[in-house]
Design a protein around this ligand. Sequence first.
Ligand code: PAF
Length: 293
Amino acid sequence: MERVASKAEARRAAADARTEGKTVALVPTMGALHEGHLSLVRAACNRADYVAVSVFVNPTQFGPGEDYDSYPRDLEADLRLLAAEGVDLVFAPSAGVMYEPGASVTVDPGALAECWEGEIRPGHFAGVTTVVTKLLSIVRPDLAYFGEKDYQQLQVVRRLVRDLDLGATVVACPIVRDRDGLALSSRNVRLTADERASALAIPAALEAAAVALASREREARALERAMFERLAGEEHLSLDYAVVVDPDTLEPLDTVDGPARALVAARVGDIHLIDNCALVPHPGHSDRRSTNE
Ligand code: PAF
């Protein structure tokens, strides 16, 4: 496994692989790797001939007062995990290398970034789209891997790649959960035992929405109520949003007639956690009101 810190070395290594006719995959990460990241790496290794992983805690996607300084970092442990997975290249630049002094051009993340996370974390998605554009320009992968845990980010990145013709195929990988149901996140290590117990209300709320849908409730507001009820009064937890949206546009739905996504974000202690699940009505699923009539 080659480890590089400069953009020129990363560009050269990926270009050499392309010249050899290899399919190149990129897995962008902010390090502090867990099984969720490793599932992306494994999916990339199964499909591509050459797998590059970037490890970069991107300062421009953290707002003032957010956890940039306390975000977990352990490059040596990350390198051991990536070597064991058979990764070819790790690109781990410093912030000063990634962003030249005086860098001022950013990538507008567009309309999909205005709602939900975009509203509570102003500037976050511009930081994401800027760094993802830079990473894709440096590595020029055929395939770029993103997790569904950051569902809005996935949609924003898909739109970015499409609208700016960045030439990679975005591959989405399912959420990986701990045994207790909590979605894996690098931030979980910062939860106290009590906070972690409260955080379990988040996957439980998503489950409540899925159960309500399975019992023929299709009104989005009712599904959201099922989530609020599970989250309400949970100690250490302050809810940001729990919504049922169109999976592509992220706009709130009135009725779940086709594929939908439930999104939840909450602060647990001072840690921002997000989670989501697909809501798929059963074929022939009829409205609870009509079955009651
Ligand atoms: O999902 C993340 O870890 C980050 O937002 C990403 C995509 C690596 C960009 O910094």
